[in-house]
Ligand binder design. Structure first.
Ligand code: G3I
Length: 362
């Protein structure tokens, strides 16, 4: 079963998985295992990206919006929702028979400061912030009810040590902001798969925190149905054993497991951390590799890493329902200098692409 539907049922949404006798595609070779997704940007869902769009249509059967559904993009001012981009994004997914993901409802980042402010510039009170959260979720999830099938409801609520991040949500509302966000999303679309999404869950301390949080939510009857492992990796970390242990531990929660933002940073600075934090990434990328291309040695290392990680995903294909890459080509990536994806900046498949195809074993 995939997303509550038999896998065959969901995959009928994703027509033309393989062109008969054509070159193998990602969605084609993994069609019996899990869906293969990709984060798309404005040029891609509007159809303007001549380099990226053929790659997307050939290889992916799910999309995530890299930025357009973040609070600051879709709801920049109290009375202003901007739905032109999100509408285009959803139409693009429908026209291409893809599983459409929504990212992200409640996050400490890319949320305008007015959300947390009262009229006098002081932090807003709990009830007002809950009402703002409710109205935002009701409006955004409600608009795409039945069309966006999976939502990242709460994003990155944990610190690396497994404690809850002291975000404005947490400070103003308290710990139950997480339960409330899931309840509001469920109210707005009772059929949607609702994810908790975070990075570095391969680290034991953070994973323990996530498991404790999710068990608590489940015990309270909160409608969380999936966990997203972002998967911002580098050439060393997480190890295959760590990835394997993370998925195995999370699988015990009986939630669907999804790899939501996969990329592998090849830059020298990128080997020091696997944080998804923008500032840490900018620091890691400084003074790095040429953005142009990878040496043959690094190409081979990257190919091996992707192949190893896909081996782990396949091992857990009973719980892993979706593997999403965080960008189409290296030129699109938030870690562009790390050349982290399967297609280079000219849209050519890298050795890592062939390795992922071969890892499917068919
Ligand atoms: O759209 C504005 C543009 O108008 C402005 O001129 C330009 C100047 O900086 O900024 C543009 O916005 C940027 C936006 O990406 C769109 O390109 C933001 O500055 C930039 O911070 C933003 O970065 C995104 C980041 O999340 C923060 O939202 C990345 O593209 C995106 O890949 C990254 O994705 C996150 C996931 O959502 C959550 N997990 C971690 C992951 C990586 O950080």
């Amino acid at each position: 079963m995939l997303l509550g539907l038999p896998i065959a049922g969901l995959l009928t949404m994703t027509c033309c998985s393989t062109v008969p006798d054509g070159p193998p595609t990602l969605k084609g070779v993994y069609k019996k295992d899990f869906l293969i997704g990709v984060a798309v940007n404005q040029k891609q869902y509007s159809g303007e990206d001549a380099r990226g769009n053929p790659i997307i249509k050939a290889n992916f059967n799910s999309i995530s919006p890299e930025n357009i559904l973040k609070w600051e993009s879709v709801h920049p001012r109290p009375d202003t929702y901007l739905f032109e981009g999100p509408d285009q994004y959803v139409k693009f997914g429908e026209a291409n028979h893809m599983l459409i993901v929504g990212h992200t409802l409640v996050w400490h980042y890319q949320t305008p400061s007015w959300v947390f402010q009262g009229t006098n510039g002081q932090p807003v009170d709990r009830e007002t912030l809950l009402r703002r959260m409710h109205d935002h979720i009701q409006t955004v999830v409600g608009r795409y009810k039945g069309r966006i099938k999976v939502w990242d409801v709460v994003n990155e609520a944990l610190n690396d040590d497994g404690t809850l991040r002291q975000s404005p949500w947490m400070k103003i509302i308290g710990e139950d902001y997480i339960a409330k966000a899931f309840q509001y999303a469920h109210e707005a679309d009772p059929e949607a798969v609702l994810r908790y999404n975070d990075y570095a869950l391969e680290k034991e301390s953070k994973r323990k925190g996530a498991i404790a949080l999710l068990k608590k939510l489940q015990a309270q009857g909160v409608p969380v149905t999936a966990i997203g492992l972002q998967g911002h990796c580098n050439l060393i970390s997480p190890s295959v054993a760590q990835e394997d242990a993370a998925i195995a531990a999370l699988a015990k929660l009986k939630l669907q497991v999804m790899v939501t933002e996969l990329d592998i940073d090849c830059s020298r600075g990128g080997q020091r951390n696997t944080s998804a934090d923008i500032a840490a990434n900018a620091q890691a990328q400084r003074g790095n590799l040429s953005a142009e291309s990878l040496s043959d040695v690094l190409q081979q290392q990257l190919a091996r890493r992707y192949s190893d990680l896909f081996g782990v995903f396949l091992k857990h294909k009973d719980v892993v329902k979706l593997v999403t890459f965080w960008g189409v080509t290296d030129a699109d990536s938030w870690r562009a200098r790390g050349n982290p994806l399967l297609f280079d900046r000219h849209g050519q498949p890298k050795p890592a692409f062939d390795a992922v195809i071969r890892a499917a074993g068919r």
